[in-house]
Ligand binder design. Structure first.
Ligand code: NAD
Ligand code: UFG
Length: 333
C-alpha cells in the first residue's frame, strides 16, 4: 500500500516513516520543509535501506497535492505549525497553515477518492483537565490558537464522516512526544531556544545552556512541578501503523496516544541526569502562562481499538534523547 505522509520530514513524521518502511509500506512524503530538511529523509532511508518518494510542496497547494496523491491509498497528516506561543502572536498564520492547509488536503483527497486518514491531534484539545486520567470523552476546550486549529480540524473530519460514512478516520491525540530513534540519526531539532522541556534539558546537559528554568514549583502535584505524560516517539510512530491498519473498517475515532503515567519536571530532570551522567542545573522560575498542573492519558481506548500500548520507559526516552543530542550537538549549535 502506498501511503501519503504530509509533514513526513518532521520529528514525528520521520520516525513514522521508519516504521512504515519497516512494515513494507511504500511512502510518499509531502513537506514544504518550513521546519525540517531533506537531510532527515535521507537519514530515514539510511536507517531502513529503503527509498522514499519525496515531494517538496505546501499542503495549501491543492493542485500540487492532487497530483502528488495519485496512486496513494491512505494519508497520514502531520504537516502543521506547532509552537503554542508563536500561535498566540501570529494566529492568522496558524489558521491559514493548519486549517486552510487541511481543507486543501481534504479537497485533494476527495478528488482522488481517498478516504483513509490518520490525523495528528494533541492532548491540548482537552484544555485544563476537569478529571484525570483524560479519557477521549473529556470536554474539549482550546486555550490558544494552535489548540483551536486542532479542534477545528477534528471537527471538520467528524463532519466529513457524518456526511459520508465510507470515510475511515483516526484522530490521534498525542501527549508529550520525546526521545529519538536509537540510531541517533533522526530526532527533534528545534530552531532557536527550545520551548519544550526535553530538548531544553538535553541542551543544558550538553553544555549549550547554563541551566533549566523550572516553570513553577507551587502546582498541586507531588513535588509542586508540572506533571506530563511523556511518550517515546518510536512508540508513538508505531501507534500510527496500528491506526493505519484499523482503517480497513469505516469509522471516525479520536484516540489518546500516551503512556498513562505522569512524570514531574523534577523527575524528568533527575532521570535525564542519570541517563546522561551529566548534571542538569536548574532554577525555579515563575509559572509559564497558560500551563496546567497535570496532564496524562487514559490509554484504554488505544488498547481496545488499536491493540497498541507504549513500551519504552522514561530511562529509554532520556537515553535516546541524549544519544541524539550527543551525535548532533555540533550541527545544532
Ligand atoms: P515538526 O515541525 O517537526 O513537523 C511538521 C512538518 O510539517 C515539518 O517537516 C514542516 O516542514 C511541515 N509543514 C508545516 N507546514 C506545512 C505546510 N503548509 N505544507 C507542507 N508541510 C508543512 O512537528 P512534529 O513534532 O513532528 O509534529 C507533527 C504533528 O504532530 C503536527 O501537526 C503537530 O501539531 C502534532 N503534535 C506534535 C506534538 C509535539 O509535541 N511534537 C504534540 C501534539 C501534536
Ligand atoms: N517546562 C519547564 N521548563 C522549560 C520547559 C518546560 O519547567 O524550559 C515544564 C512546563 O512548565 C511543563 C512541562 O515542563 O510543566 C512540559 O512542558 P512542555 O513545553 O515540554 O510541554 P507542554 O505539556 O507544555 O506542551 C506540549 C506541546 C504542546 C501540546 C502539549 C500536549 O508543546 O504543543 O504538549 O500534547 F499541545
Amino acid at each position: 500500500m502506498k501511503v501519503f505522509v504530509t509533514g513526513g520530514a518532521g520529528y514525528i513524521g520521520t520516525h513514522t516513516c521508519v516504521e512504515l518502511l519497516n512494515e513494507g509500506y511504500e511512502v510518499v512524503v509531502y513537506d514544504n520543509l518550513c521546519n525540517s530538511s531533506v537531510e532527515a529523509i535521507k537519514q530515514v532511508e539510511t536507517i531502513t535501506s529503503k527509498k522514499i518518494t519525496f515531494i517538496e510542496g505546501d499542503i495549501r497547494d491543492t493542485q500540487a497535492i492532487n497530483k502528488a496523491l495519485e496512486g496513494c491509498e491512505a494519508v497520514i497528516h502531520f504537516a502543521g505549525l506547532k509552537a503554542v506561543g508563536e500561535s498566540v502572536e501570529r494566529p492568522l498564520d496558524y489558521y491559514d497553515n493548519n486549517v486552510q492547509g487541511s481543507l486543501s488536503l481534504f479537497a485533494a483527497m476527495k478528488i482522488q477518492d481517498i478516504k483513509k486518514i490518520v490525523f495528528s491531534s494533541s492532548a491540548t484539545v482537552y484544555g485544563d483537565p476537569k478529571f484525570l486520567p483524560l479519557t477521549e470523552d473529556h470536554p474539549l476546550k482550546a486555550t490558544n490558537p494552535y489548540g483551536e486549529t486542532k479542534l477545528v480540524i477534528e471537527m471538520i473530519l467528524r463532519d466529513l464522516y457524518n456526511a459520508d460514512k465510507t470515510y475511515s478516520i483516526s484522530i490521534l491525540r498525542y501527549f508529550n512526544p520525546v526521545g529519538a530513534h536509537d540510531s541517533g540519526l533522526i530526532g527533534e531539532n528545534p530552531q532557536g531556544t527550545p520551548n519544550n522541556l526535553m530538548p531544553y534539558i538535553s541542551q543544558v546537559a550538553v553544555g549549550q545552556r547554563e541551566h533549566l528554568n523550572v516553570f513553577g514549583n507551587d502546582y498541586d502535584t507531588p513535588d509542586g512541578t508540572g506533571v506530563r505524560d511523556y511518550i517515546h516517539v518510536v512508540d508513538l510512530a508505531k501507534g500510527h501503523i496500528k491506526a493505519l491498519k484499523s482503517l480497513e473498517k469505516a469509522q471516525c475515532e479520536a484516540i489518546n496516544l500516551g503512556t498513562g503515567n505522569g512524570y514531574s519536571v523534577l523527575e524528568m530532570t533527575k532521570a535525564f541526569s542519570v541517563a546522561s551522567g551529566k548534571e542538569v542545573s536548574y532554577k525555579i522560575s515563575p509559572r509559564r502562562n497558560g500551563d496546567i498542573a497535570s496532564c496524562y492519558a487514559d490509554t484504554t481506548k488505544a488498547k481496545e481499538l488499536l491493540n497498541w500500548r507504549s513500551e519504552k520507559t522514561i530511562k529509554e526516552m532520556c537515553e535516546d534523547s541524549w544519544n541524539w543530542q550527543m551525535k548532533n550537538s555540533k550541527s545544532l549549535s
